[in-house]
Design a protein around this ligand. Structure first.
Ligand code: FAD
Length: 404
């Protein structure tokens, strides 16, 4: 291993924790300092819009950073700058020197409308957000969700499981249009409607109004929805403000090469804030999914402590989302010349599998309750498999007739 003795990880979230673990697993014996803006111990986010809202006794989904890792955890201390020439992370007046640094500050929820100081209006990114949303649902709030992405849709699912009235407002023609494309987005729309959620597509929130606390939501088509709780699930912005002036290239994330190196020696990025050139898809990607953060963190940490042996990061995007007891999973990218349903029927209760073709390659796979099937296609996408090879796998046999 090289002369790296001081590894600093900025961001005490999923990618940060996994980066520290990966460095130790790779045999790194130097110091690891992890700097986190929040005061909470590291925690996991996916349960915040699922079990944390749904379970009778919600528990904080902690990300355990074992003592044996010997990480110095500096919480409640946002990093304010990066001095790449002097190799130090800045936290206000303090300089934290590094030989290598992994940037893992994730993303922050996008705020689209100004709640003008009204209570009852939330985003859902942090544990504190989830506590507030849960409290409102427990109080029986009439709920309006802005954005039918995976977080907004899971909040709607949580509201319906309590029998609450919920309206989901989506500016696109269907939910998840950018994530899975319009055809499969329509399948997701059907899930909402079958479970009693009032889904309104092609409109947006024009205003939230009330007296001290939210009372109603006005939509762009003029309709007015009574509301006690408004949750905005309209995407996230990479948390790169603190890197302004650092000299790093910032363009909807920290721009990295294939090895997740952000340019200056020793500087790597992972998770929701990293935009890197994907070796399989041959284009820059920034991915806001759990598995991406885990897999990038491993690569970034190993490359950071041993840059001479740096390897490219070829993780294929993958996400899951749980709606009304059904599991939606998607692997790959939704850029498609063709989407073909190879198993199941839209609107049915049986598992559904759809494949996405780009040129002569399989680019993506969506499943509803497909569980393990999606991973089979993810592996094919990673290998750059052809469309024909992917279609052959749907029958359970590959091209050589070997059971798949
Ligand atoms: P984060 O988890 O956001 O961690 C970044 C950390 O850095 C945060 O703790 C933040 O406070 C800290 N930070 C920010 N700025 C600074 C600073 N200047 N200095 C120091 N620290 C800083 N993905 C899926 O695939 N499936 C799901 O079902 C799913 N559900 C989700 C549900 C919710 C409610 C949310 C919010 C996300 C969900 N995701 C899901 C996405 C997944 O959780 C994220 O992709 C993942 O958390 C990204 O990890 P990260 O470490 O890059 O960022």
């Amino acid at each position: 291993m090289t002369g790296v003795r001081r590894l600093v990880v900025v961001g005490a979230g999923l990618a940060g924790v996994r980066a520290a673990e990966a460095a130790r697993q790779a045999g790194f014996t130097g110091t690891i300092t992890m700097i986190g803006a929040e005061t909470h111990l590291p925690y996991d986010r996916p349960p915040l819009s699922k079990a944390f809202l749904d379970d009778a006794e919600p528990t904080v989904p902690e990300l355990v950073l074992g003592d044996e890792l010997g990480v110095e955890l500096v919480l409640g201390t946002p990093a304010t700058g990066l001095d790449t020439a002097g190799r130090a992370v800045l936290t206000g007046d303090r300089r934290v020197p590094y030989d290598a640094v992994v940037l893992a500050t994730g993303a922050t929820a996008r705020e689209v409308f100004d709640p003008a100081g009204l209570t009852g209006v939330h985003t859902l990114r942090t544990l504190d957000d989830a506590v507030a949303v849960r409290r409102a649902l427990d109080a029986g709030a009439r709920t309006v969700v802005a954005g039918a992405g995976f977080i907004g849709s899971e909040v709607a699912s949580g509201a319906r499981s309590r029998g609450l009235d919920v309206v989901v407002v989506e500016a696109q023609p269907v939910p998840l249009a950018r994530a899975v494309g319009e055809r499969m987005g329509a399948v997701c729309a059907d899930l909402h409607r079958r479970h009693g959620t009032d889904l309104r597509c092609g409109v947006s929130v024009a205003a939230v109004e009330g007296d001290g606390r939210v009372e109603r939501v006005v939509l762009s088509d003029g309709s007015v929805l009574p509301a006690d709780l408004v949750v905005a699930g309209v995407g996230a912005t990479p948390a790169t403000d603190w890197l302004t002036g650092s000299g790093l290239q910032l363009d909807d994330g920290v721009v990295c090469d294939e090895t997740l190196c952000a340019g200056p020696p020793g500087v790597y990025a992972a998770g929701d804030l990293a935009r890197w050139r994907h070796p399989v898809f041959g284009r820059p990607l920034r991915v806001e999914h759990w598995t991406n953060a885990v897999e990038q963190a491993r690569v970034a940490a190993r490359n950071a402590i041993d840059p001479a042996a740096a390897k490219p990061c070829s993780t294929v995007p993958y996400f899951w989302s749980d709606w009304y007891g059904r599991r939606i999973q998607f692997a790959g990218i939704p850029a498609a010349d063709e989407v073909r349903i190879v198993e199941g029927e839209p609107g049915g209760d049986a598992p559904l599998v759809a494949l996405y073709r780009e040129g002569d390659r399989v680019a993506g796979a969506l499943t509803v309750d497909g569980r393990a099937r999606v991973m089979k296609y993810r592996a094919l996408i990673q290998r750059g498999a052809s469309w024909e090879q992917a279609l052959a796998r749907r029958t359970g046999t590959n091209r050589q007739g070997v059971p798949g």
